[in-house]
Write a protein that binds this ligand. Structure first.
Ligand code: CA
Length: 223
């Protein structure tokens, strides 16, 4: 489940965004002013934020600055009517990841959302966490190599990304949809059993003890 926070005060655009996100399998939360946006961003566990710049109370750039000031690394896509280079520069300086100018087609935004989510999963998020460790399993995110009990294991790019998703959520149920979205992107047929096939590959290569099946829900990395 991918959760997206929408910070947008214009009801027509907010409704358009919510409808589009929902029909693409995202879960969205909407707030209509800057202060609520900051509070919600800091409280909620969001995978991405869509942020309007012209907001009542506290404008979008201030919202962004405050969110980043709290150390939040969540990807932020700025949405604005102002097609102004100064806003763009300011937005990126304040830590925006991407930019969409109104008016826009939903598809344009969707492409950027998917790109940001993929980058976020695949990237070395932030500074220090260059390795992910759980028990005997160690992922090196820089070299994209994995070791089990200090023994190197060869994984394909997709297998590695899937292992990374599990190690970022140890002990939590990860749904098939979440894995599909994180590893293959949203263009993949949700009815496919590709996730189960790849979980099978990982079990074979890493050992069957790490990933358990949670019936009707997905999979969980045992801690
Ligand atoms: Ca606005």
């Amino acid at each position: 489940m991918t959760r997206i926070l929408i910070i947008e005060d214009e009801p027509r655009i907010a409704a358009f965004l919510e409808k589009g996100l929902q029909s693409n399998g995202f879960v969205s939360t909407l707030v209509a002013n800057g202060q609520d946006g900051v509070n919600m961003a800091l409280e909620g566990e969001f995978d991405l934020i869509i942020l309007d710049l012209g907001l009542p109370g506290k404008d979008g750039l201030t919202v962004l600055e405050e969110i980043r000031g709290q150390g939040m690394q969540v990807p932020v896509i700025i949405l604005t009517a102002r097609d102004d280079i100064r806003d763009k520069v300011a937005g990126f300086e304040n830590g925006a990841d991407d930019y969409v100018t109104k008016p826009f087609r939903f598809e344009e935004l969707l492409v950027r959302i998917r790109a940001r989510l993929r980058v976020n999963v695949a990237s070395v998020s932030g500074k220090s966490d260059l390795t992910l460790c759980q028990g005997e399993v160690m992922l090196d995110l820089r070299t994209r190599k994995i070791k089990v009990a200090n023994r190197p294991v060869e994984l394909s790019a997709r297998e590695f990304t899937m292992a990374e998703v599990f190690l970022r959520h140890p002990g939590q149920v990860v749904s098939r949809e979440q894995l599909l979205n994180s590893v293959w992107g949203y263009d993949y047929d949700p009815g496919s059993n590709i996730v189960d096939v790849y979980v099978g590959y990982l079990r074979k290569k890493l050992g069957s003890q790490f990933i358990e099946t949670v019936r009707g829900m997905g999979y969980r990395w045992r801690v």
